[in-house]
Ligand binder design. Structure first.
Ligand SMILES: [Zn+2]
Length: 205
């Protein structure tokens, strides 16, 4: 997809393994140095292992995307080719064993700043979707058009961590006046609170 082009790849510059002078130690004391050598080899092997475990840029979530970028992304052509006019959770399907899905969605999709699952939730899978109170276009996709309530995670299928973030962002947006919401209209019977004055009786008669 086009948005993949926006990704920048993190280069691992810190994993430059320095060669250890093993041969020199072996010549000095073979019995003692065999232990040292095995330890050093193990250390070196672990360093090489770290180098092999390069972070997959498609699963890396260590980069912090600013909200402004996310707001631009939602209005961009790349977003519309990916999602169209549907909400971001519309085309997502959960994977679950058996006939019925678990009551709750998973706790989180991202562990140690990496996507830790094969089917991350609609928010976690797209790093440019940032849940923030300023990102109103995204928040509106998770609000019911009928009653203005936040849609359940059983419908949107977002993970519990993102759902919590969503709730906080929506409440904050309402506080800042970025999201409008309806309050129930209440009809008061004012005679229960105020005694009718003499002037009112004169006006009515
Ligand atoms: Zn998630």
């Amino acid at each position: 997809m086009f948005r993949r082009l926006l990704c920048t790849f993190n280069t691992l510059s810190s994993h430059t393994a320095t060669p250890t002078p093993l041969l020199r130690i072996i010549d000095a004391n073979p019995v003692r140095c065999s232990l040292v050598t095995s330890t050093r080899l193990r250390c070196k092997a672990s360093e090489e292992g770290e180098v092999q475990e390069e972070r997959d840029p498609t699963k890396d979530r260590s980069r912090v995307i600013p909200v402004e970028t996310s707001m631009k992304y939602i209005k961009s052509e790349a977003y519309h080719t990916t999602y169209g006019s549907d909400p971001v959770w519309k085309i997502y399907r959960r994977n679950f064993k058996g006939a019925f899905p678990p009551r709750k969605t998973r706790k989180t999709c991202i562990r140690a700043k990496m996507i830790a699952t094969g089917n991350p939730c609609p928010i976690c899978r797209d790093e440019y979707l940032v849940l923030d109170y300023r990102n109103v276009d995204l928040l509106k996709q998770f609000i019911s058009e009928h009653n203005g309530a936040i849609l359940s995670y059983s419908m949107t299928n977002i993970c519990q961590r993102r759902h919590k973030e969503l709730q906080v962002a929506v409440l904050k947006a309402r506080d800042y006046g970025l999201l409008t919401y309806d309050v129930p209209f209440r009809e008061y019977e004012y005679s229960e609170y105020y005694t009718p004055s003499k002037n009112d009786n004169k006006l009515t008669t």
